[in-house]
Design a protein around this ligand. Structure first.
Ligand SMILES: [Mn+2]
Length: 267
């Protein structure tokens, strides 16, 4: 599981990481977002992206400010409907800190973090007085953009991932390709209109949105299931595991790069 753990001598100190500081998650307007790009002091990771970039939309288009440091994507997306901040670390440890105002969505983002071993930080303030639609969609768009940033040139990764996750009677298969080409095939049959207060139509819209901005080919197949909560949660778990597989380093592709030593051995 520690595919990207550098040797002890090169593990960046916590202070060298991009902080989850108030500069990202405090209340402020996007025009005041301060990026503090910091490179690791050193890294043995062959998959490393070290070119921070800022992209700011103009004139009616959503303002998206993003940065990519290491395998971390940081995105702030601001529209008249939502303000979404995402920090995604592909080489995390499963830490989830997501507050979207939609409890069930937070629970699903926890699944992505926990089972993908990603660090997922999401803060969203949206027009929930209307419904969950815009917030659900814009969170997914921002996560997809963060994933795009974090993946960088995608060198050295497995690229493909697939996983079938059972959750009691539910069984959901997810296959994905970090191809750069957005495509979603979705075949869930969720029997109820809502889980808690969450509109189950939003599951497909979440993945379609994430696919669109990340450049991912994603197939979701329900193999079994009766309970709506089980079906959706199994989907997010399978997605997390498939994404983890796809984003991890392929040691044969990387040859002798330092990130393939030791912990990358397959047994
Ligand atoms: Mn929509």
């Amino acid at each position: 599981m520690a595919l990207f753990v550098p040797p002890p001598s090169s593990i960046p100190s916590s202070s060298s990481r991009v902080p989850l500081s108030s500069s990202i998650f405090s209340t402020h307007t996007h025009t005041h977002l301060k990026m503090t790009p910091q490179r690791p002091t050193s890294s043995s990771c062959s998959i490393s992206n070290s070119t921070p970039s800022l992209q700011i939309g103009e004139n009616g288009s959503p303002s998206t400010l993003s940065a990519q440091i290491g395998r971390i994507g940081v995105v702030e997306r601001v529209t008249k409907e939502t303000n979404v901040e995402v920090k995604l670390n592909l080489d995390g440890s499963g830490i989830s800190n997501s507050h979207t105002g939609i409890p069930f969505l937070d629970h699903m983002l926890d699944q992505i973090a926990s089972h993908g071993l990603f660090d997922v930080n999401v803060k969203a303030v949206g027009d929930l007085h209307i419904d969950d639609h815009h917030t659900n969609e814009d969170v997914a768009l921002a996560i997809g953009t963060a994933l795009l940033q974090a993946l960088g040139d995608r060198k050295g990764i497995y690229r493909f991932g697939d996983f079938s996750a059972p959750l009691d009677e539910a069984l959901v298969h997810v296959a994905l390709d970090l191809s750069g080409r957005p495509h979603l095939s979705y075949d869930l049959h969720i029997p109820t209109e809502r889980v808690g207060t969450y509109d189950t139509q939003l599951v497909e819209h979440f993945f379609q949105s994430l696919v669109n901005t990340s450049g991912m080919t994603l197939h979701i197949r329900q193999l079994a299931g009766k309970n709506s909560h089980h079906i959706i949660e199994a989907t997010f778990k399978a997605f997390a595991r498939a994404l983890r597989q796809a984003t991890e380093s392929d040691p044969r592709r990387l040859g002798t790069v330092p990130s393939s030593k030791g912990v990358l051995s397959r047994s």
